[in-house]
Design a protein around this ligand. Structure first.
Ligand SMILES: Cc1ncc(COP(=O)(O)O)c(C=O)c1O
Length: 430
């Protein structure tokens, strides 16, 4: 095919990037070790993000690479539609069901990450009600600031206008309520009529919307409201699942007993893409009960992929063996103490932390209004200081490091933030 472009011109289209300015200037990451990644120029970066909230066991784990290679030699891939399974997928689902904070759980594996898990959970919630003889229960309620991935269901459920405005409406039968107001949820259910509502989607700690730990009592109240109206409670734990809040699941930490949990990211620490929807005994029942005829007509070519499942299993065992979730609990106050002083900075309006290895530093509104580019400039200034972060919803800087991060590295993150904020707050910067 004839081309007017130079032979080495990039054709890689980055997600969420302005290719007009980025093309040819992206940083090429070539290697990682612990909480540090290296680019093709040999620069080292401390990764305050665990990539995108996922590299929980840290970079450069040879045993996960070896697990993948060994499984590929046995059988790299074989489908799981209808009749087939494989040992890693079976073992992984057993382990996830045993770790899940609900009794009698069943596990549906998804191939591509959290977005597939969210679409699967949305469809399963509706399929459940169809099977349970209440097919009018089709509406799914989510929250402002919510992020539920980028497939059609997740985009429709998102409570971040910037992410939906080019596409909405996509999936119909979706409603939003304010992220922090249990009364608004109850009112929405009553207005719609409980007989029309299938589920409420809830990140126990909101992530991509800006790291919002739940307001005191919020989760208890919405959980009770869902019970009262028999609305399925879906905990989207794509970020919080597998340890990030200091327990295997945030649903366990907050005593939620969800009907469904969506997970991905930390399931494999990103060594291969894989996700899982965990269904409570109640949701599974119509599809699993003896003599039943209900079929969940849903699945992906790579559902239960043996290599991804083997790597996820090895990743969870590694988390258990190295007691990394206890480490998250120990580091929770360390991170909170390290970022707390940033709240007093004139360029900062709020620091949110205190739930596991999750924090956000929100940039003062006046500063953002006066200088809309300040957030991205801060991200770059922090990177110049050797630390990778990013901007959430245009307002807050993300901190979600690997579980293996050291106390000294946490201190380095806070120092890089403070020094970059000092520059940003200085008047008349050139
Ligand atoms: C809560 C939540 N749900 C779903 C997703 C989508 O996951 P993925 O990007 O792996 O498709 C994300 C991604 O950040 C997420 O944070």
């Amino acid at each position: 095919m004839a081309s007017s472009e130079p032979a080495n011109a990039t054709a890689f289209w980055n997600p969420f990037a302005n290719m007009a300015t980025l093309a040819g200037h992206a940083i090429t990451i070539v290697r990682g070790e612990g909480s540090t990644v290296y680019d093709s120029q040999g620069n080292a970066y401390l990764d305050a993000l665990a990539s995108l909230w996922y590299c929980n066991v840290g970079y450069g784990r040879p045993e996960l690479a070896e697990t993948a290679a060994a499984q590929m030699r046995e059988i790299a891939g074989f489908q799981t539609f209808e009749y087939y399974t494989n040992p890693p997928a079976d073992a992984l689902c057993r382990l996830i069901a045993d770790l899940a904070p609900m009794a009698g759980a069943k596990v549906f594996l998804t191939p591509g990450g959290g977005s597939d898990a969210v679409d699967t959970a949305g469809k399963l919630a509706r399929a459940y009600w169809h099977a349970a003889g209440q097919p009018d229960r089709q509406v799914i309620i989510s929250r402002t600031h919510a992020y539920h991935g980028m497939n059609a269901y997740g985009t429709s459920l998102s409570g971040i206008p910037l992410l939906t405005e080019s596409y909405a409406p996509l999936v119909s039968q979706v409603e939003h309520v304010p992220w922090d107001d249990p009364g608004a949820l109850e009112k929405a259910i009553e207005l719609l009529g409980a007989g029309r509502v299938a589920a409420f989607f809830c990140e126990p700690v909101m992530g991509a919307g800006g790291v919002y730990p739940p307001p005191e009592g919020y989760l208890d109240q919405v959980r009770q409201i869902c019970r009262r109206h028999d609305v399925l409670f879906v905990a989207d734990e794509v970020i919080t699942g597998y340890g990030r809040t200091g327990q295997w699941f945030a649903s366990g930490r907050f005593g939620l007993d969800p009907d469904l949990i969506t997970t991905a990211k930390g399931l494999s620490s990103g060594y291969l893409p894989i996700g899982a929807v965990i269904a409570s005994a109640r949701v599974a029942e119509p599809f699993w009960s003896h003599g039943g005829a209900e079929v969940f007509r849903h699945g992906y070519t790579y559902s239960g992929h043996p290599v991804a499942a083997a790597v996820a299993l090895a990743n969870l065992r590694l988390i258990e063996r190295e007691q990394l979730i206890a480490r998250v609990r120990a580091l929770e106050p360390v991170l909170a103490r390290a970022v707390a002083p940033l709240a007093a900075h004139p360029a900062v309006s709020e620091v949110r932390s205190g739930t596991g290895l999750l924090a956000a530093v929100e940039i003062a509104e006046e500063l953002r209004a006066a200088d809309p580019a300040v957030g991205q400039r801060l991200v770059l200034a922090i990177r110049e200081r050797g630390v990778i972060t990013r901007l959430l919803r245009g307002v807050a800087l993300q901190v979600s490091p690997p579980f293996v991060i050291t106390e000294a590295e946490i201190a380095r993150i806070a120092e890089a933030f403070a020094s970059a904020l000092d520059d940003a707050a200085r008047p008349n910067r050139g």
